[in-house]
Design a protein around this ligand. Structure first.
Ligand SMILES: [Zn+2]
Length: 264
C-alpha cells in the first residue's frame, strides 16, 4: 500500500519535471522544443525569437541552454499543476521547462491571463520572464531557486521583469522617474498587495513592479550586476527609500537646471 503511494507520487513528480512526452505535438526550433496537444502555430517561432532577443541581454544568458516550451492550457497536465502548486500564475518555470498555462495567440504575440481578471499580455515577455527563472536556477542552483526556497521576492521576480520588459524600458519615451512616481501612486491607492501593472489591465503582486523598479535603479543608476545584488544584504526597505530619495533629487536638479542654463 505504502509502496503504491510512493510509486504514484514519484510518477507525478517525474511527469511534472519531464512533461514533454505527454504532449501529442512537438516542434524543434533553435534552442526550443515546443510541446502542445493542439496544432502548433508557426508564428510561435517569431515569438520565441523575440523572447530570446530579450534573454540575451541578461548576464545569466547561456547560449548552450535548451528550453522546452510547454503549452498546456486546457490539459490534464495544467490541472495537476494547479492542484499541486496552486492557481494564479500564467506561466511557471520548472527545470528547463517554460510552462505556459493560459490561452495564447502566437500570431498576435499575446497571452490571456484570467486570474483575478481577464487581461492580455505580451507572450514574448511572458516566455522571456520564465526563461530568466530557468537561468537563475541554472546559474545559482535549484536548491537556491525553487518554489519553496528562493531569494526575497523583489530579487526573485524583479530581475526577470527587468529583462523581459527591456523593449519598453529601453524605449525613448521611457522614464524611470515617472515610473517610480506611478508605482508610488498605485501602491498608495491599493487595498491589498495586488496592483494594476499593465496598461492592458493586468494585475500582479506589488513586488513584481516594485522589484523591477529597484532592479532598474540598482543596475542602471548604481551600475550593479544581478550577481552583486543577490549577494548584497542591504534590506529591501533601505534600498527602496534610497531610490525614492534619488527620484526626488532628480526633480530638484531638473528645477535648478534651467536657471543654470540661463546663467551660461
Ligand atoms: Zn516570475
Amino acid at each position: 500500500m505504502l509502496l503504491t503511494f510512493f510509486a504514484g507520487a514519484l510518477t507525478i513528480i517525474l511527469i511534472l519535471l519531464f512533461p514533454q512526452r505527454l504532449f501529442a505535438n512537438k516542434i524543434k526550433y533553435k534552442e526550443f522544443t515546443v510541446c502542445s496537444n493542439d496544432k502548433i502555430d508557426d508564428n510561435i517561432k517569431i515569438v520565441l525569437d523575440k523572447a530570446m532577443d530579450l534573454v540575451q541581454r541578461s548576464e545569466l544568458y547561456d547560449p548552450g541552454y535548451k528550453y522546452n516550451l510547454i503549452l498546456c492550457h486546457n490539459t490534464l497536465y495544467n490541472k495537476i499543476d494547479d492542484r499541486l502548486l496552486g492557481i494564479g500564475p500564467s506561466a511557471r518555470p520548472r527545470l528547463n521547462n517554460v510552462i505556459v498555462k493560459v490561452r495564447i495567440d502566437p500570431q498576435r504575440n499575446l497571452a490571456f491571463p484570467t486570474f483575478r481578471k481577464k487581461c492580455e499580455i505580451d507572450l514574448s515577455y511572458l516566455i522571456a520572464h520564465e526563461m530568466i527563472h530557468c537561468l537563475q536556477a541554472k546559474k545559482y542552483g535549484i536548491m537556491k531557486f525553487n518554489p519553496f526556497r528562493h531569494p526575497e521576492f523583489w530579487k526573485l521576480e524583479g530581475y526577470p521583469e527587468y529583462i523581459s520588459r527591456q523593449t519598453e524600458l529601453s524605449g525613448q519615451d521611457y522614464s524611470l522617474t515617472s515610473e517610480i512616481d506611478r508605482y508610488v501612486n498605485l501602491e498608495r491607492k491599493a487595498t491589498d498587495m495586488w496592483i494594476l501593472e499593465e496598461k492592458s489591465g493586468c494585475e500582479a503582486p506589488n513586488y513584481y513592479y516594485k522589484g523591477r523598479l529597484m532592479m532598474e535603479y540598482l543596475m542602471n543608476i548604481k551600475n550593479l550586476s544581478y550577481d552583486q545584488i543577490l549577494k548584497d544584504s542591504v534590506s529591501e526597505a533601505t534600498i527602496f527609500e534610497e531610490m525614492i530619495k534619488w527620484n526626488d533629487s532628480t526633480k530638484k536638479s531638473s528645477v535648478v537646471s534651467p536657471s543654470v542654463q540661463q546663467g551660461k
